[in-house]
Design a binder for this molecule. Sequence first.
Ligand SMILES: Cc1cc2nc3c(=O)[nH]c(=O)nc-3n(C[C@H](O)[C@H](O)[C@H](O)COP(=O)(O)OP(=O)(O)OC[C@H]3O[C@@H](n4cnc5c(N)ncnc54)[C@H](O)[C@@H]3O)c2cc1C
Length: 244
Amino acid sequence: MGIKWLKNFGHKITELKPSLIPLTASKNSLQLCKQLQGLTLKNVAIKIQDKKTNKTIYEDFGEMLFTHFGVSGPIILSGSAHLLRHKNLQEKLQAGDIELLIDLKPALSEKKLEDRILRDFEKEKNKEFKNSLNELLPSKMVEQVVELSGIDERKKVNSITKEERKSLVNLLKCFKITISGFRPIEEAIITSGGIAVQEINPKTMESKIIKGLYFAGEIIDVDAYTGGFNLQIAYSTGYVAGGH
Ligand SMILES: Cc1cc2nc3c(=O)[nH]c(=O)nc-3n(C[C@H](O)[C@H](O)[C@H](O)COP(=O)(O)OP(=O)(O)OC[C@H]3O[C@@H](n4cnc5c(N)ncnc54)[C@H](O)[C@@H]3O)c2cc1C
C-alpha cells in the first residue's frame, strides 16, 4: 500500500523481492531432511556450491536447522539472500545443480577428525559401528550418517578399514544436501528493494521529493543478512526519522 502511494508521488521504487527464505531440498535429499527434521546444528560451516563447476556461491559458519521441506536457520537464510540475487541460478536450482555442503566438524582438520574417530573406536573395540558415533554426533544424526557412510552398521569398530574411516571423515566434512529452490514468498523474513536511497536525506530520513515525509525500516531499499541487521536498520532509521 505505502509503496503504491509513493510511486504515485514520484518516488523511485527499486524491484521488490523476497529475501531470507528457507531453502527446499530436491527429491533425492528430501527424505534425509525429513528424517533430520527439528535437528539444529550449531557451529557448522556451510558452502552453497554449483555442483558442475564446484564454484562456491556462498560460505558461512553458524547455526542451521533441518525441516520437513529442507533447511532453514540463520546461515541458510543468509545464503538464500545470496542465491536470490543471482537470477541465473534459478535454472541451476531447478536442475538440481546447487548443493549445500555441511562441514559438521569445522574445527577439526580431516587428520584430526580421523584421529578423534580412532580414539573413539579404541575406547570400545568390540562396539558395533552403529553404536560408535554417539559422542561425535547429535543422536538424531547417527542413524543417517551410518547409512550414508556405506559401512556395515553391525561391523565391529576394530575391523573398520582405513578406507572406510576416510569415507566417514569425508561424509562428516562434506555432508551434502541438494537444493531445489525457495519456500514461498509468504515465508520470506524480509523484503529487499523499496524506496531508492538516493531519494532520501540520510541525515534526517526525509524524502527529497515530498517535504515533511520521513522513511524508516523495510520500505527503504536497504536489507541485510541475518544477525539483527534488519532490526537495526529499522531502529536506526526510525530513531533518526523520529528525531526530525
Ligand atoms: C519471522 C521473522 C523473524 C525476523 N527475525 C529477525 C531477526 O532475528 N533479526 C532482524 O534483524 N530482523 C528480523 N526480521 C526482520 C525485521 O523484523 C524487519 O526487518 C523489521 O521489523 C522491519 O521493521 P519495519 O518497522 O520497517 O516494519 P514492520 O516491523 O513490518 O512494521 C510495520 C508496521 O506497520 C503496520 N502497518 C502496515 N500497514 C499499515 C497500515 N496501512 N496502517 C497502519 N499500520 C500499518 C504493520 O502492522 C506493522 O506493525 C524478522 C522478520 C520476520 C518476519
